[in-house]
Design a binder for this molecule. Structure first.
Ligand code: MG
Length: 185
């Protein structure tokens, strides 16, 4: 029988959640960055909405492919299975290697230009788990997180931007002529 290549949203969410956990990242770690970023603009946001946003983003097919591929590249590099010179370039997390950031920008772009600027903020300031991954995943460390740190930062940026969109929708609802949306945020 052929190996399965089509997965449901629920399956993709669960596979992403489990793989991130295997690499030391929880949904709460990602949501905490989104919460911290978004609470600068809106003190009323709640962690529950941030967690729901991370979960939802992890269930999308494009995100599934990026998360799964990124972890595979990091793992193969840890095991020394890439060929030169990519093995050494990814192992060193070379500053001028920007493919990991391309993956991050692509995830963040799901939530438009604001998603991408929010990713830029996280990429520069490296809050929470992003810093841990970055510090423990390069050079002589056992772990390689060259791709994962950007992917996790971008998931947080996307979640943070989704929270901002929910807040915008709630503001729109205050209009007396507001009609309930038939679209999903
Ligand atoms: Mg990186």
């Amino acid at each position: 029988m052929k190996e399965k290549i089509y997965f449901s949203r629920d399956e993709m969410f669960e596979m992403n959640r489990d793989l991130l956990l295997e690499r030391g990242v929880t949904i709460e770690d990602v949501a905490a960055i989104a919460f911290r970023q978004q609470s600068k603009y809106n003190p009323n946001i709640c962690m529950k909405t941030c967690i729901e946003s991370v979960e939802k983003i992890l269930s999308y097919r494009d995100i599934f492919h990026i998360v799964q591929l990124s972890v595979e590249i990091d793992r193969l590099c840890e095991e020394g299975k890439l060929r030169s010179p990519m093995q050494e370039i990814i192992r060193a997390d070379l500053g001028m290697f920007g493919i990991d950031e391309i993956f991050g920008l692509n995830i963040a772009a799901m939530y438009g230009v604001i998603g991408q600027t929010n990713f830029g903020d996280i990429d520069v300031n490296k809050p929470g788990i992003v810093k841990e991954l970055n510090d423990h995943g390069k050079g002589t460390n056992e772990r390689c997180h060259t791709f994962l740190d950007d992917v996790v930062g971008a998931l947080a940026a996307a979640a943070s931007t989704r929270v901002a969109q929910i807040t915008s929708e709630e503001t729109a609802k205050k209009d007396p002529h507001y009609e309930p949306i038939k679209f999903d945020l």
